[in-house]
Each structure stands twice: as structure tokens, then as C-alpha cells.
Design a protein around this ligand. Structure first.
Ligand code: DHB
Length: 300
């Protein structure tokens, strides 16, 4: 019995990765994650220029999760080289990138490939960034153009991270597949708002943020299930996973691997070891020899 899995031709020793945005700003933090049972680490989303992000408050806890609008803070792709070097020497690193145009994504993806990324993850889904993320990621034609532009300039796999904040999710998934995308990552955060009753104003400085954590899990599982009905390319499930049971739901909906985000903030990096251990126990008890034997079984 084995926990290894493949996302297309990328083999992972364990099926859980660190999701973009959590403990992934530095090479050292990604290296720690990779030695804590994660099969890969996904970087914070990196853009062309250094970006300070939004002013505080940028993050708050809510019932069932977190709402954040960090504003895509990052050092820019040139300075990120050093962090990538430290991370890739510890294991597989997926380079998450954000841009406003296909040309931006092509430049960023090329750098990530040069830095040793095992794949790139296109952030087409941040729910609150003007001109980026979901603003471009809900236009199927644009999504297809970006994926095919990046695909034709790279040799490493191209993954597209999609938003659940749309009624055309299936169309977007088909656009990714038709453009040659190697995998779909679903879901990013749900567009959200928290209001402070005392101040009578939205709590976050950006007003809008992204909801993550257990509250979004059933939306994510449904999204993966829906996507599986329209495409054959691999799906990576993400959203509210904190234990084996959550991870297994995504796998049975159609994902061949998964990512953990908020649960790292809530429980620390030990979450990977506990998911791996409990998932193995479940698989042994229920006669599954490999992750691939569970992928999509909920459709049968
Ligand atoms: C941010 C980016 C995201 O993709 C997301 O889902 C939530 C927040 C950010 O940096 O603000």
C-alpha cells in the first residue's frame, strides 16, 4: 500500500501539498514543510514587481475559517530566486504566479522554470485583486489564451488554479484542458466580507477578502466533482482540508492530490504527518492499495 500519486507526469511521494499563501514566503519555510510530510510546497503567488500588499488589517478568523486580503505581498520574481534555490534543494516546489496578461504569466513561468520549479500554478483566482486573479480568471477565452501562451513557452507542467466564485466553472475547466493545461487546481478562496459592528465598517482594509478553511470544504468538493465530469486532466483539490476524511472526499470527487492551507495556520506543519498516517490506515482498512484506486470513486 502506498501514498504516492501522480499529477500527470509529476510524481509525488505523498498526496498532500502546502497550498499557496501559507508558510511559503521563504526557502526555509518551504524546506520545513517538505520535511514534514508534504509531497510538494506551493509558493506564495509571485508577480513581476515587489509588492507590499495591503495595509492591516489583512486577516481575521471567522466561524469555520479565515478571511484574508493580504494583497498579494511578495518580493517580485527576481528576488524570489534565492528562496526558490533553498526550497528546491529540499524537494518539489510548485511556483505560483500572478499576472495581468498572458505575457506577464509567460515571463514569470519562465523564471520559475529556470529556478527549478517542478510545475507552475497560475493564480487565476484571487478573489479580490484588481486586474489580477479572478478578474481575469472568469473569462474562459482569456484563461485559455493564458494557459496556451504559458504552455507553449515551458517544458514543466502548467497547472491552473480556478475560482469557485463563478457559474461557469465547468467552462473554465474545459478552457484549461483545451489550451493544453496539465492540471486544474480547485478551489481558491470564496469572495467574502467581515463587518465590524462597533465601527460599522468592513473589517479588512481592502473591505473584500477570501474565505478559507472548513467552511469552504463542501464547495470545494462539489467543484472538483463538477470539474471531473467535464475534463480528463488531473485535478488537485484544495479548500478546507484538515484531516484524512476531508482529503479523501476530494480524492473520491476526482482529485489525484490535494493541498492544505488554513489547517497549517490552525494546527502547524504536523497536519501533514497526521493526514498521511490516518489516510494510510483508512486505505488499509478499506482495501485501497493506492491513491489512484480512490480517485473519482464517488462518480461510479
Ligand atoms: C490573496 C490571494 C489569494 O489568491 C487568495 O485566495 C486570498 C488572498 C492575497 O494575497 O491577498
Amino acid at each position: 500500500m502506498t501514498l504516492d500519486t501522480c499529477v500527470g507526469n509529476l510524481k509525488l511521494e505523498t498526496p498532500g501539498m502546502g497550498a499557496s499563501g501559507i508558510m511559503d514566503e521563504t526557502g526555509k519555510s518551504m524546506a520545513r514543510m517538505l520535511s514534514s510530510g508534504a509531497g510538494a510546497a506551493v509558493t506564495k503567488s509571485i508577480g513581476l514587481q515587489p509588492n507590499l500588499g495591503h495595509k492591516n488589517p489583512t486577516f481575521t478568523e471567522v466561524k469555520g475559517g479565515f478571511v484574508n486580503a493580504m494583497g498579494l505581498p511578495n518580493p517580485g520574481i527576481e528576488l524570489f530566486k534565492e528562496e526558490m534555490e533553498a526550497a528546491v534543494s529540499a524537494g518539489k516546489v510548485i511556483g505560483s504566479i500572478y499576472g495581468a496578461t498572458a505575457d506577464d504569466f509567460v515571463i514569470l513561468a519562465g523564471k520559475m522554470e529556470d529556478y527549478g520549479a517542478a510545475a507552475v500554478e497560475l493564480n487565476l483566482s484571487c478573489p479580490h485583486a484588481k486586474g489580477y486573479g479572478m478578474e481575469i480568471g472568469v473569462d474562459a477565452e482569456l484563461v485559455g489564451d493564458i494557459v496556451s501562451a504559458v504552455k507553449s513557452s515551458l517544458t514543466i507542467p502548467v497547472w491552473a488554479k480556478l475560482t469557485p466564485n463563478t457559474h461557469i466553472l465547468k467552462e473554465l475547466a474545459v478552457a484549461v484542458q483545451d489550451a493544453g493545461g496539465d492540471a486544474i487546481v480547485a478551489i481558491n478562496t470564496l469572495k467574502a466580507m467581515v463587518i465590524s459592528p462597533e465601527f460599522g465598517r468592513p473589517f479588512l482594509s481592502n473591505k473584500f477578502g477570501g474565505l478559507s478553511g472548513p467552511a469552504v470544504r463542501s464547495v470545494g468538493v462539489r467543484a472538483v466533482y463538477d470539474i471531473r465530469t467535464v475534463v480528463d486532466i488531473p485535478i488537485v483539490g484544495v479548500g478546507g482540508i484538515s484531516d484524512w476524511r476531508d482529503a479523501t472526499q476530494y480524492i473520491m470527487a476526482g482529485a489525484c492530490a490535494f493541498q492544505v492551507g488554513s489547517a497549517i495556520a490552525a494546527k502547524g506543519l504536523k497536519v501533514f504527518e497526521s493526514i498521511n498516517r490516518d489516510l494510510e490506515e483508512f486505505m488499509r482498512d478499506f482495501g485501497y492499495g493506492a491513491i489512484k484506486d480512490m480517485v473519482g470513486v464517488a462518480h461510479e
